[in-house]
Write a protein that binds this ligand. Structure first.
Ligand code: UD1
Ligand code: UDP
Length: 373
């Protein structure tokens, strides 16, 4: 905790939350706001967790609840009880959650039952696919929140359409722009990832796939790998796939035949991953954050899903939603190769964290105007 009084308690638990809340933690430090961090322990493997605290120079969380993996309800339920205990002790004014994971659902439920306000960072995203656990989590979090930090005007519009009072909604941009702006040059200077994997800029494609709807279904998982491999074989590009532990687990459990064209490697730290994203000719992904980062970095993206809650990336021409059928993947990738990459970043100007503190009456360091997305 950085000051005597806890004004803000930040709840996080997974890789993307650590990365996207790093700018908010930094803004609290800069403006001397009293804050504490609760880590739920949803992610605990070094490659999804401590590597980011070390590289982004974040303070060790004040509380690590060490909840670990589990079924949705047992994991979420355990988190709610443990978060409540900390909040009862600390009585923060505002509890911040980010995104759409089970940690977000747990943080917003626990906080909304107590005398603290809930702030949802990255509010208003909708895939309109209620079979995805993330969609359920983000809808619950939005409707529990007192402060909704929408990354774009489109997200704010979805919230208004669901009847959320306008005075609760602030369009802030997405904190991932703050993080990418802060680290992309450092990644270019420091990262040796291209050399260590024998890759040349613009001559390889980057793949990530970890979403439950893809990797928990052996047919879909095999199909998407076949599609990417087919494109690689026809185009001559190398493909590198840093593997999330969930996907690694499913490859082993289902005995998935990974085609030779797809080079598996361990999950990367943030600087190495940013370097791969910036220099890849194309990105194939089912990740939400990777769709955004590819768009911000000017790398064409092919999304291996049937929908996206990031329609802004498609609207500016940075992203194609192709599903997992090999023919669609190959066609989408070919089209993406021919796309001009001078689209505008729809996710803001990199000052989202300041706007978030401003909106809860605790900042900013420098006054900033709202963004329109
Ligand atoms: C979670 C989020 C997903 C997000 C992803 C970010 C939910 C419902 N899902 O998915 O929205 O895109 O984080 O990466 O919240 N495991 C490890 N080490 C870890 C964590 C998990 O090996 O540190 C393995 C375990 O086998 C575990 C599996 O990954 O059972 C799934 O972990 P879990 O946290 O349930 O979901 P993610 O797939 O990581
Ligand atoms: N990321 C990373 N190393 C990797 C893969 C992803 O640092 O090997 C980062 C990526 O830069 C992005 C975030 O992880 O900021 C995305 O997280 P993930 O894909 O796990 O979750 P999602 O965004 O789909 O919820």
């Amino acid at each position: 905790m950085s000051a005597d009084e806890t004004a803000i308690t930040i709840v996080l638990g997974t890789r993307p939350e650590i990365i996207k809340l790093a700018p908010v933690i930094d803004a609290c430090e800069q403006s001397d706001v009293g804050y504490s961090v609760i880590h739920t322990g949803q992610h605990y493997s070094d490659e999804l967790d401590t590597v980011f605290f070390d590289q982004l120079e974040l303070p060790t969380p004040d509380h690590n609840l060490a909840i670990g993996s589990g079924s949705h309800s047992s994991q979420t339920g355990a988190m709610i009880g443990a978060i409540e205990e900390v909040l009862l002790d600390e009585s923060p004014d505002v509890v911040l959650v980010q995104g759409d994971t089970n940690s977000v659902l747990a943080g917003s439920v626990a906080a909304s039952k107590l005398d603290c306000e809930v702030g949802h960072v990255e509010a208003g995203l909708r895939s309109f696919d209620r079979s995805m656990p993330e969609e359920i989590n983000r809808v619950f979090a939005d409707h529990a929140a007192d402060h909704l930090f929408a990354p774009t005007e489109q997200a704010a519009q979805y919230l208004r359409e669901e009847g959320i009072p306008v005075e609760r909604i602030t369009v802030t941009g997405n904190t991932i722009v703050d993080a990418v702006t802060c680290y992309r040059d450092l990644a270019a200077e420091k990262s040796r990832v291209l050399d260590s994997h024998d890759l040349s800029p613009d001559e390889f494609c980057l793949l990530t796939a970890h979403r439950a709807e893809n990797v928990d279904d052996p047919e879909r998982f095999s199909s998407l790998l076949r599609g990417v491999a087919e494109f690689a074989a026809r185009s001559g590009f190398d493909v590198i796939y840093p593997v999330h532990p969930r996907a690694r687990d499913r490859i082993d459990a289902f005995d998935i035949d990974v085609p030779d064209e797809v080079r598996l490697t361990e999950a990367q730290d943030f600087l190495d991953f940013l370097r791969l994203e910036s220099t890849a000719r194309l990105v194939f992904t089912d990740s939400g954050g990777v769709q955004e980062e590819a768009c911000i970095l000017g790398t064409p993206c092919v999304t291996l899903r049937d929908n996206t809650e990031r329609p802004e990336t498609v609207a500016v021409g940075a992203n194609r939603i192709v599903g997992v059928e090999p023919a669609e993947i190959v066609a989408g990738a070919r089209e993406a190769l021919d796309t001009p990459t001078d689209w505008e970043n729809p996710f803001g100007d990199g000052r989202s964290a300041e706007r978030i503190l401003d909106a809860v009456g605790l900042g900013p360091v420098v006054s900033v105007e709202g963004v329109t997305g």
